[in-house]
Design a binder for this molecule. Sequence first.
Ligand code: BTN
Length: 312
Amino acid sequence: MNKINEEYLLYKKLCKNRSIRLKTDELTLVESLKKKGLSIIYKDGFYELTEDISILSESEIRSDLGIVENSKIDKLKVIFKTGSTNHKIVNYSINEFYTVLVAEYQSKGQGRRQKKWQSPLGANLYFSVQFHLNEMVNIAFIPLIVARSICNALSDQGINNCKIKWPNDIYLDGKKIAGVLSESRYCNEKGFIIVVGIGININMYSEQKIDQEWSSIKISQNKNFNRNTILSSLLSRIIPDFDNISEFNFERFKQDWDFLDFLKDKSVCVLDDNVSYTAIATGLADDGALIVLYKNKFRKIYSGEVSIKVTK
Ligand code: BTN
């Protein structure tokens, strides 16, 4: 058995029993699990997880999904470790409907604008959804639609008050808890192939080196959440939203967006490559851009390399 499989087995054993005795040859495995961010303490001859962890499981995720959504997920794969689920999923074949890949740990979690996405073992959700689109739709809206699906799914789980910081950061209690990294490519046979990567801080609580204010659902709600349940809830929102994408209606979407808009009427600092200026965010344009008011004129901002910071 290779080392990763051994680590996965030990990880599963710890998740199941929480506190275990180890054989000498398992000690190096524990060190590797700790390096991946798993919080383990040693007490009276036992190695113990400091938190309960419900291991990610395909059957648990599927059991909470409706028949229709289940039938639309051609492949749902849970893996222990990868660099980035967005990079890994492109090696999977393009199926009729949706492919979902979820990892317990990412060693090179990728954020927008070449940033790193902290992905400690067993703490959060890191997953990607791959699908293809035959019809022409404005791809710029995909990450925005996903951001709305995330807010709705979390609200279904009783986590209210999530907001979207344009284009697709999810905020809870004024701090970032989730992000979306969406990528697309064109292939003659299948049309546009879309990969949407989603990272949600679920049970992360310890000090993580993240260069912006962050939170997690656990910090906000003061309890642990089962990642399988949250993932099912997300998929049951995301899949119908993608299924209906050809009927996308901007006016209807804008109503939802206005309600969820974190930046609305806030003073923001727009950081382009080498220019930065302060403006007022006024809302979403019909092509997915952010509208800001700068020196009494409205300007459209397109995501690309731009970063928006709320000025205090
Ligand atoms: C951002 O807000 O910067 C986007 C973060 C996206 C993170 C997710 S985690 C799953 C998928 N795999 C990655 O490497 N990134 C996305």
